[in-house]
Write a protein that binds this ligand. Structure first.
Ligand SMILES: *Cc1c(COP(=O)(O)O)cnc(C)c1O
Length: 463
């Protein structure tokens, strides 16, 4: 994966020299199960299906572009995470990856908790019936109104992100006569091995309170000084799309060291630590994510070892996977509109969506896979750039993709692993109508977030 950030942006000087590309896959019709959700398969007639329904039928019924979410896969991933960490730990699904009432209901049924980071996400979680004590409230600049609502609702924890916020939450909780459970978000000086724009725990960043200069210890002091706050522990989130456990190892060490310092200073052993989310998924066949049970084993062992050497009781661990749960469960279905071969340069294939439904390629230089899903083809592979329909040359869906040379307008293409940070970051750029999310399971398809309409857009425009 490209980690380079060109100072003028990733879209510059990106015409690669001849021979740069990896060779085409042996079989363009094959679907790598690593990047497709659990129930996706190619049927005997050559059409790809999910949850037992062929994409041609889905496109006919729901239109394109659209996100199709494999409910069975989503639930199975929730269960795998809950089971891997067991009853002595908590799994919080990071709602910002993708949140809807249906998703909250599944999380509730599968025994997971949910992280929210805005009033809107909090409302969605509550509206779908998630018990407030299973909700954690995050954010580096929660408004007083948001804090008040969270405290009134009785959320299980508020993650405090600054000195001002410690005072603010303490004040509001006191006013409301509540002893609010909280954690303190600390930065441990770990830069997870990932793209600069999505790494979030080196100290030059807006989140958290630094451990290294003693600020985190001061935050603990202040939080313990407020009767209206119940300090549960500390929280560290080190980045996104992480494959290597080394960053978590360093993070856990530093967090445990802080807990030991807190015990030495205050005589209290804080009962919880949260190690955040950020676990990577396979966007292409080159990515090799770990299974939840491996991650759970690694994290639990690291924390146990560090606590033992510090003479601390092992705290209750929580984690916050977002992408690793919802990311692999959905694909985006597009229809090919135009195909433009540029002699000596490349071929552009345009689809009916783009940066409004998937900003990650433009924003993070993210890589995706793509496949022809409405039929098979025996044609030669052709190297193309798949682009959207927006008025912006950075509107790229997949930068370099091999598709069959007989690709034609009307064919359906699907981009797997778009469950996380695609619909949740979707925009109305060019007054695009944000696509629906359709949950598919056991031969049934159900719209869980409907497609926007032009009336929706015009309703906000007061003339
Ligand atoms: C974004 C975020 C997560 C989830 O990250 P993923 O990469 O989706 O797993 C978890 N915790 C916090 C605090 C976050 O900001």
């Amino acid at each position: 994966m490209s980690r380079s950030a060109h100072p003028a942006g990733p879209r510059h000087a990106d015409v690669l020299p001849e021979g740069h590309y990896s060779p085409p896959p042996a079989d363009l019709n094959a679907l790598d199960e690593k990047v497709w959700s659990r129930t996706v398969r190619r049927e005997d007639d050559g059409v790809v299906s999910v949850g037992g329904i062929e994409v041609t039928k889905l496109a006919e019924e729901f239109g394109t572009p659209a996100y199709f979410l494999d409910e069975e896969d989503f639930r199975a991933r929730c269960r795998a995470w809950a089971h891997a960490f067991g009853p002595d730990a908590d799994v919080f699904y990071a709602g910002k990856a993708f949140l809807s009432k249906a998703v909250v209901k599944w999380l509730k049924e599968e025994g997971l908790n949910v992280d929210v980071c805005s009033g809107g996400e909090l409302s969605t979680a509550l509206a779908a019936g998630m018990p407030a004590d299973r909700i954690a409230f995050h954010g580096n600049n929660k408004s007083e109104g948001e804090i008040r609502r969270a405290v009134e609702a009785g959320v299980g924890r508020i993650v405090l992100d600054s000195f001002q916020e410690i005072a603010r939450v303490a004040h509001i909780a006191r006013e409301l006569g509540v002893r609010q459970p909280v954690q303190i978000r600390v930065t441990v000086g770990v830069e997870a091995h990932t793209h600069e724009f999505i790494a979030t725990a080196h100290e030059d960043q807006k989140f958290g309170i630094a451990v290294a200069d003693g600020s985190a210890a001061e935050a603990v002091r202040r939080a313990l000084g407020h009767d209206s706050l119940e300090l549960l522990g500390v929280h560290s989130h080190i980045g996104s799309q992480i494959f290597d456990m080394a960053g978590f190892e360093v993070s856990a060490k530093r967090v445990v060291r802080l807990l030991a310092a807190v015990r030495d200073e205050h005589g209290v052993e804080l009962p919880e630590i949260d190690l955040g989310g950020g676990l990577g998924i396979a966007y292409t066949s080159n990515d090799d994510p770990r299974e939840p049970h491996e991650i759970a084993k690694a994290l639990t062992e690291i924390v146990a070892r560090e606590c033992e050497s510090a003479g601390l009781r092992a705290p209750r661990i929580s984690v916050e996977p977002g992408r690793a749960i919802v990311g692999p469960t959905a694909f985006t279905l597009y229809e090919v509109g135009t195909i433009k071969p540029l002699e000596g340069l490349r071929t552009y294939v345009s689809v009916d969506g783009g940066m409004s439904d998937n900003i990650r390629t433009a924003l993070y230089d993210a890589e995706y896979s793509i496949a022809l899903v409405s039929r098979t083809s025996d044609a030669e592979p052709m190297l193309v750039r798949v682009v959207g329909k927006h008025c912006e040359s950075g509107d790229i869906v997949v930068k370099d993709a091999f598709l069959p040379a007989d690709l034609a307008p009307g064919d359906l293409l699907a981009v797997p692993a778009t469950g996380a940070y695609c619909r949740s970051m979707a925009s109305n750029y060019n007054h695009a109508l944000r696509p629906p999310v359709v949950a598919v399971r056991d031969g049934q398809a159900r719209v869980i977030v409907r497609r926007e309409t032009e009336e929706d857009l015009l309703r906000l425009d007061l003339g």
